[in-house]
Design a protein around this ligand. Sequence first.
Ligand code: GLN
Length: 470
Amino acid sequence: MDIEEYVNKIKSKKLNAVNTIKKVISKVKELNKEYNCFITICEDEALEQARLVDKNRKGRLAGVPVSVKDAICVKNVQATAGSKMLEGYVPPFDATVIQRLKDEGAIIIGKTSQDAFGFGSFSVNTNMSVPKNPFDKNRSAGGSSGGTACVTQLADFPHIGIGESTGGSISAPSSFCGVYGLTPTYGLNSRYGLIDYGNSLDKIGPICKSTHDTALVLNIISGNDPRDQTSLNSKKIDYTKFEDIKNYTIGLPKQYFQNISPSVKKSVEEVISVLKKLGIRFVEVDLKTTKYHIPAYYLIAMCEASTNLAKLDGVRYGSRTSFTDSDNYNDYYTSVRSKNFCAETKRRIIIGTFARMSGYRSQYYLKAMKVRTLIINDYKKAFEKVDCLLSPTMMFTAPRFDEIEKLDPLQEYQSDLLTCGPNLAGIPMINVPCGKDENGLPIGFHIIADHLNELKILSVANAYEEAMKK
Ligand code: GLN
């Protein structure tokens, strides 16, 4: 049952939201024991929302269960962003995207596991819970929105996931878990109520089971928000009104097809031949700045992250430690942060602080910002000739936890090679599932477009999805 069908049943009283949500909650409790996809399951709040839905029977998402990345604030529900440092922090307000979902009758069922503050690609850099891949529990669900993608794949009921991406955290887990994940243009969806990773990079987006569900959620959460100064004031579009893609030209960035695992390569080549049959023309594109994506991204992301985390001092939010008479504030600050941040968080604070110190700022942070402009121009040049770009989403399928343990941090950062660029440029992309590898693990491909061209990527995704149903 897709979301619209389910919502119609709720509205016409064929289904009762309280009964449905009771079943959903008991199901996700079971799933959580096996897959660790949630940090918090909000049973009482969900039932309260369901009672309201049964009373009103209105809204485009009446009674639809929603799982939200823990970094996005939901009123009166703990938000840890995957870190013990924020354990016990209960925001007294809803993020704008959550408010918009609730206004349409959606029901928040839980907050999902993730890399602490979004710092990772496999959801293992956390001292809370590590989600497991729905297709093999010895493997990663991807990161950092791993829990959201995991539960979206496992849910055998209508379900919406809400994730967040700084450099690939919607695409990577969607690819590893075999679901649709849309990273919007920077500023299309409000960031108000998001626990920031990197303010110039963060985007909130839907993770769903179909293109249509994804488009429907985007219709609801997008649009200007006066509470977020970086929120765009763009024209409202109905993203479910897909375009005819017959005359589209799609670019294949040659740098994005290097070092790809053979099964991923084969699968994406099959996608290209399906799309060719639908009338799409393909051309090769040269994205010369690709080699700068990872260094520029990690410098900017870590600089911004280290300033954002400075406010976590063990006084205002979340975890505290005991303060003794002999402590001075600096000792207290050090001890609470040493105890509650995990290793990757500390690494990023140290590197980010170093790179924006006076004397280094122009060598690192400001230089990375200039490189970012070159990267944006490189994409803009490509979009003069093509409607969209297509590439694999990840170079490989979900790795095993024991393989991830052996990676050093730089190797882990390299895994974002295909996702960092569009994220740095702030352009939209969608992961579309396209088959499995020899181990039965999902493969995904990316469609990327110029700023505010979400409708184009959704149209291509939908055309492929429909073609594969035949
Ligand atoms: N893997 C990237 C990082 O660690 C991206 C994470 C994200 O998008 N939140 O920064």
